[in-house]
Design a protein around this ligand. Structure first.
Ligand code: FE
Length: 150
């Protein structure tokens, strides 16, 4: 009897894992359909766009920068500055509750990765060499952003 229960437990466990893997695959397929290949590479693959290529790099209009994947509000035009790095840069986030700042030690560098809290999409990195008053530089891929005029 005990033997049979264990077999059934193992079966149940594998079944749960099977369902989870399928869910991940399904949501990945959804992202591939929703995003352009370049957006997918950055947002879901943690890639980086080539510097000085982003559509929103030199955008000086007043408004809000949203997550290109899910529409979460991320940055405002008031905090945008020209860092010379080739990527849209901000010295603060619209709300700390909307983003995740996570240690990232990939490629032999100690960096802080910036992630959209709502959809888990990769946005860019955070550095501490920005202008006053925050001294922060949110270095964000233009491909991860969508602009909404004020
Ligand atoms: Fe998002």
């Amino acid at each position: 009897m005990i033997f049979f229960i264990r077999i059934r437990d193992i079966y149940t466990l594998f079944h749960i894992i099977y369902i989870m893997i399928n869910e991940i695959k399904k949501s990945d397929k959804d992202w591939k359909e929703k995003l352009t290949p370049d957006q997918y590479m950055v947002l879901r693959g943690k890639g980086t766009e080539k510097p000085f290529t982003g559509e929103l790099l030199n955008n000086k209009k007043k408004g809000i920068y949203l997550c290109a994947a899910c529409g979460n509000e991320l940055f405002t035009s008031e905090t945008k500055f020209d860092s010379g790095s080739g990527w849209p840069s901000f010295n603060d986030a619209i709300n700390k509750e909307n983003i995740i700042e996570k240690n990232d030690n990939s490629f032999g560098m100690k960096r802080i990765e910036v992630i959209c809290k709502k959809c888990g999409g990769h946005l860019g990195h955070l550095f501490d060499d920005g202008p006053l008053p925050t001294r922060k530089r949110y270095c964000i891929n233009s491909l991860s952003l969508k602009f909404k005029n004020k």
